[in-house]
Design a protein around this ligand. Structure first.
Ligand code: GUN
Length: 594
């Protein structure tokens, strides 16, 4: 009997499409890195892209020359790790021989590793921890067996092929002490003796060795199940598997075809994993400004993207063409001011000049930067150094390599620390040349404050401004109600959707743990700590802060993020609320740690 992988994959895809359709705020995003011109890889990526479009996943394929260096490829991955619109990252394998695949797969954020190749996800799979990602082909095989009710528990499964993508992970999955697993697994390979004896003893034989028509009828047990993972393109263009289908299908009980068997299941699992990665972010990225554009809309909306982050600005009245131009001008000028002040990627920005200055040089600060650094100074001391804008050298180091040397780490640590900075009478000085600032943890909020304050000065008194995770509202909605911030309708608390939060002359900032934040107390990225302790569920998933200004909300949310557990962060948050009663915190972990 034929096991129709295409039909099962289509059913799974239809389910994913309808699930994604429920999410109105954002669609899942997949980034695919395709290196070189391997024709098979180009074909696979074309299918993956088509499948994404069919279910509503936004896919981006980044094609890179085969000559790209490993370090340039690592930089591309880091950019995607940090891009909040990208939920899943896939680097199509194989890579050119000068690139070490293990370095590449280890550089992908484990929370975005929808291929399941990162050592953390491989480790979780081996330990039977299900909250990571399983590689797509083995997962597709497991799901296909399950959906076709082929008994696995207690059966002898022989896998021919020991690759990292199929053979090894499949063996790890099928031998788990779990329902639909519990199999006796044998992994055979090119060095195995008595191969035919092994394959003939299999209740389920899985061929994943990449040799066309290798499995013949005399190698299989009558009435057994045959899973063919091979996809071999012959000189005439025809695709054939590792199993000689014509003769083996006559003795097998069940058999998968090529094409139309495991290939479509692999793609369905890629979609499923990408959707799973997206759902993980939804648990934390739940706020969006309510800027409804109904037919009776009484507001004027401005939208765009700045520093790769979307902004939405709503003015609570219908503006004339002249007013619109004025608001547009203020928005553009404010973003320009923000870039000129704190964009680390712009060598001409004020912050870049401070970062490249030599030790003990006296540099006069602009008033806005002086105010911002004064706020930073306050939060550094309130947070006991957890909020630390001088982690830039550590951040730079960890971005360059996932395994820095002890010397490099020591050098970066030596340059890190707020005590290396001195601000007196508007003059800046640092005592080490390598000390550098990254104000991203507070400057987005500041920019939102500037837009609100500058527009208010021009007489626009009803405003809702959102940029990235930062939102501030003043005045009212023209329907004479508070501005409100809605919660993603898919997020349920006690099975109920959450009510919108009113935003009455205050700001709200959400900081999400995407793994790349540096903890100054351990001098390493937050996700490193998670990986060592295997406590992803207990780490803080997101912090939302409501405060009078967006810069303050942003800075406090960033500071609270850098705690080991939710209960520690909440204890600190309570101390802050005692000091500032008009501030409130909302801290989420993936699982309750109390
Ligand atoms: N090359 C062959 N199979 C795969 C796969 O599942 N993922 C990636 N990234 N590359 C592959």
């Amino acid at each position: 009997m034929l096991i129709d992988g295409k039909k099962t994959a289509n059913e799974i895809q239809a389910e994913i499409r309808s699930q994604i359709g429920l999410h109105k705020t954002r669609k899942p995003g997949l980034a695919v890195l395709l290196v070189g011109d391997n024709p098979a890889s180009h074909t696979y990526v074309k299918y993956k892209r088509k499948a994404c479009a069919e279910v509503g996943i936004v896919s981006t394929v980044i094609e890179l020359a085969g000559s790209i260096s490993e370090s340039d490829l690592l930089k591309q991955i880091e950019k995607l790790n940090q891009n909040p619109a990208v939920d899943g990252i896939l680097v199509q394998l194989p890579l050119p021989s000068h690139i070490d695949e293990k370095n590449i797969t280890s550089a992908i954020d484990p929370l975005k590793d929808i291929d399941g190749f990162h050592p953390i996800n491989v480790g979780k799979m081996l330990l039977g921890i299900d909250d990571g990602f399983f590689p797509c082909t083995p997962l597709g095989i497991k799901v296909l067996l399950e959906k076709h009710k082929i008994p696995v528990e207690g059966k002898h499964i022989v896998i021919v092929g020991r690759s990292n993508i199929v053979g090894k992970p499949l063996a790890a999955i099928l031998m788990q002490k779990k329902p639909h697993c519990n199999a006796t697994v044998t992994v055979a390979h090119s060095q195995s003796e008595n191969l035919q004896q092994l394959t003939k003893s299999a209740d389920i034989l899985i061929a994943a060795l990449g040799r066309p028509l290798f499995i013949k009828k005399e190698m299989v047990k009558p009435k057994s199940t045959i899973i063919d993972v091979g996809i071999n393109r012959m000189p005439n263009g025809k695709l054939i598997g590792d199993v000689d289908f014509d003769e083996v299908s006559k003795v097998a009980g069940h058999i998968t075809p090529v094409p139309g068997g495991i290939g479509p299941m692999t793609i369905a699992m890629l979609l499923q994993n990408t959707f799973k990665a997206f759902l993980k972010t939804l648990l934390v990225l739940f706020l969006f400004a309510s800027c409804s554009q109904s037919p009776k809309d009484l507001c004027t909306h401005f939208e765009g993207t700045e520093m790769a982050r979307p902004y939405q600005i709503t003015v609570g009245k219908i503006l004339s063409a002249k007013e619109k131009r004025l608001v547009e001008k203020v928005i553009q000028e404010t973003f320009l001011d923000a870039r000129t002040l704190f964009d680390n990627n712009d060598p001409g920005s004020e912050i870049s000049k401070l970062n490249s200055a030599s030790a003990n040089t006296l540099i006069p600060l602009s008033k806005p930067l002086q105010d911002l650094l004064t706020l930073c100074d306050k939060i550094v001391s309130l947070s006991g150094g957890r909020f630390d804008p001088t982690v830039e050298p550590l951040e730079k180091l960890w971005k360059q390599t996932p395994n820095p040397t002890v010397d490099a780490l020591q050098n970066a640590c030596d340059a890190t620390g707020w005590e290396h900075i001195c601000i007196h009478n508007g003059i800046f000085k640092k005592d080490r040349p390598e000390t550098a600032l990254d104000l991203l943890g507070v400057s987005k909020g500041l920019c939102v404050d500037w837009i609100v304050e500058r527009l208010e000065k021009l007489g626009f008194s009803d405003l809702l401004v959102k940029w990235s995770g930062e939102i501030r509202g003043i005045g009212h909605h023209p329907e004479n109600r508070d501005w409100s911030v809605e919660v993603d309708p898919s997020l349920r608390v006690n099975e109920q959707p959450m009510a919108p939060l009113p935003l009455r002359d205050c700001a709200i900032s959400t900081c999400v743990n995407r793994g790349y934040m540096i903890d100054p107390l351990t001098a390493s990225p937050l996700y490193n700590r998670r990986s060592e302790a295997w406590n992803f569920e207990r780490a803080i998933a997101s912090v939302t802060v409501i405060a009078p200004t967006c810069a303050l909300a942003d800075a406090l949310a960033t500071a609270a993020m850098v705690f080991q557990t939710r209960s520690e962060a909440e204890k600190w948050a309570q101390e802050i609320v005692d000091l500032y009663p008009n501030v409130s915190f909302w801290i989420l972990s993936h699982r309750d740690d109390r």
